[in-house]
Design a protein around this ligand. Structure first.
Ligand code: AMP
Length: 404
C-alpha cells in the first residue's frame, strides 16, 4: 500500500510518499513560495534501479492546485517516477493543526469533517485554512483515494480538565472553547510508541515525559502512555522558550505593551510569535548558531541558553509531580536529537529525582533510538528520532483499513 502524506502551509506543500509494506519512503519534497514570483519545487525519490533521483524546479507555481499537479507529475514520471499511475496511491494523509474538541483521533475526511475543521478555524486562523486548501486540492487530484485528517491536537484530548482549563470565566470555555489543546501530538505519540518498543514494555504501563525541541518546542506528561498535560496551550505560543516564540509569559505583559508602548494587537502578536524566544534574547533563532555564539563568548547567547534549559528543567519537575513516578524522559526533534549540550543542561542537578545523564553516552550522535542515562539512573533517558510523516502515514493506514 502506498500512502501520500501532505502538510500544506499558506505558501507551501510538503509531501512524502510511503511504501507501507516495506516501511520505506519512496519520495519526498516540498513546493515552496507558491503564489510568489519564483516558486521552488525540491523533489527526491528512489528510482526503479534503486538510485536517488533529485530535482529542483524553479518557476512560477500559481496556486496549490498547480503545486500538487507538479508533484504528481514527478511521482508518475515514466522515466524516474515511483508510481505508474495515481490510482496506485491508496490514500492521502493530511496533517491538520487544530481539531479543537471535535477530533480525538485521525478521521476519514468527508463533508462533515471539512465543516468541522472550518468551525475550528478561529482556534488556528493561520493553519487550518491552509490545511483545508490541501484537502480540497488533494480531493480534486486524487478523487478515488480516501483522505484522512491527522490532527496535531488529537493526542492531547485525553488531558483532564484541571490541566486544560484556564482560570478565567467558565463561559469562555463553554461558549468559545477557550482552553489548553496542545500541539505536536503526532510527534509525542510517535516517540512514546518507539520508546515503549525500545524499553520492551507496553506503552500503557509507562509514565513518560516527552520533550520535542525543534523550531517549535513542547513537552508532554504521559501517564500510562496517555497525555495528561502538555506545555503548549490554546495556541502554540505557550510553554517552553522556542526559536522565535516567547513561551510562558505573564499575560498582563500584553496590557503593558498596549497601554504603555502603544502597540497594536498585531504588533504584540508578531513580537511574541516571531521576535521573541532565542531570537528575542540573542538575535538568533537557530540553535546551532546560538551555541556557536555562546562558544565565542557572547553573553546574550549564554543567557538565552540558560533560560531555554531552565524552562525545560522546571517543567520536568512539574511533570514528575503530576505523574507521581517516571519511567523515562525522551528527547526528540532537531535540537532534542542533535544537541548534547541542551540535553545535558536540561537534566543537570536532577539526581535527587533519579534522573542521571551519562556524559559520554550523551555525546554520541546517531540516527537511531539510543539511551543516554547512567546505568544507575532510575529514570531512563532516551533520544528518539521523531518521524511525524511516518506517524501520519501509519495512522492513515489504520483508518482506511477499517473501510477497505
Ligand atoms: P526542527 O524544527 O525539528 O527541524 O529543529 C530545528 C532546530 O534544530 C534548529 O534550531 C536547529 O538549529 C536545531 N539543530 C539541528 N541540528 C542541531 C545540532 N547538531 N545541534 C544543535 N541544534 C541543532
Amino acid at each position: 500500500m502506498k500512502i501520500l502524506v501532505i502538510n500544506t502551509g499558506s505558501s507551501s506543500i510538503k509531501y512524502q510518499l510511503f511504501d507501507m509494506e516495506r516501511h520505506r519512503i519512496l519520495a519526498s519534497g516540498v513546493a515552496e513560495k507558491i503564489g510568489e514570483d519564483i516558486s521552488i519545487l525540491t523533489h527526491w525519490n528512489v528510482s526503479a534501479n534503486g538510485e536517488d533521483f533529485k530535482k529542483v524546479e524553479e518557476g512560477v507555481i500559481a496556486d496549490h492546485h498547480e503545486g500538487m499537479d507538479r508533484i504528481l507529475s514527478l511521482l508518475i514520471d515514466p522515466e524516474h517516477g515511483v508510481v505508474g499511475d495515481k490510482s496506485e496511491i491508496s490514500a492521502v494523509g493530511h496533517r491538520v493543526v487544530h481539531g479543537g474538541e471535535t477530533f480525538h483521533s485521525p478521521t476519514i475526511i468527508d463533508e462533515s469533517v471539512i465543516a468541522a475543521i472550518k468551525e475550528n478555524i478561529p482556534l488556528a486562523p493561520l493553519h487550518n485554512p491552509s490545511n483545508l486548501m490541501g484537502i480540497e486540492v488533494a480531493g480534486a487530484i486524487f478523487p478515488d483515494s480516501p483522505q484522512v485528517a491527522v490532527f496535531d491536537t488529537a493526542f492531547h484530548q485525553t488531558i483532564p480538565m484541571e490541566s486544560y482549563l484556564y482560570a478565567i470565566p467558565f463561559e469562555l470555555y463553554e461558549k468559545h472553547r477557550i482552553r489548553r489543546y496542545g500541539f505536536h501530538g503526532t510527534s509525542h505519540a510517535y516517540v512514546a510508541e518507539r520508546a515503549a518498543e525500545y524499553l520492551r514494555r507496553p506503552l500503557g504501563e509507562l509514565n513518560l515525559i516527552t520533550i520535542h525541541l525543534g523550531n517549535g518546542a513542547s513537552m508532554a506528561a504521559l501517564k500510562n502512555g496517555i497525555s495528561v498535560d502538555t506545555t503548549m496551550g490554546m495556541t502554540p505560543l505557550a510553554g517552553l522558550v522556542m526559536g522565535t516564540r516567547s513561551g510562558d509569559i505573564d499575560p498582563a505583559l500584553t496590557f503593558f505593551l498596549a497601554d504603555q508602548l502603544r502597540m497594536s494587537v498585531k504588533e504584540i502578536d508578531d513580537l511574541l510569535n516571531k521576535d521573541s524566544g532565542l531570537k528575542g534574547i540573542c538575535g538568533s533563532n537557530d540553535m546551532r548558531e546560538v551555541i556557536r555564539k555562546k562558544d565565542a563568548g557572547d553573553d546574550r547567547a549564554e543567557i538565552a541558553l540558560k533560560l531555554y534549559c531552565y524552562r525545560i528543567k522546571k517543567y520536568i519537575g512539574a511533570y514528575f509531580a503530576a505523574l507521581g513516578s517516571l519511567n523515562a524522559i525522551i528527547f526528540t526533534a532537531g535540537i532534542g536529537e542533535n544537541s548534547p549540550y541542551i540535553r545535558e543542561h536540561c537534566c543537570q542537578g536532577l539526581h535527587k529525582l533519579g534522573i542521571k545523564i551519562d556524559a559520554e553516552r550523551n555525546k554520541k550522535s546517531g540516527k537511531e533510538i539510543r539511551e543516554i542515562s547512567l546505568a544507575s539512573s532510575e529514570v531512563r533517558i532516551l533520544v528518539v528520532p521523531t518521524n511525524e510523516e511516518l506517524e501520519i502515514a501509519q495512522e492513515t493506514e489504520k483508518v482506511i483499513e477499517k473501510i477497505l
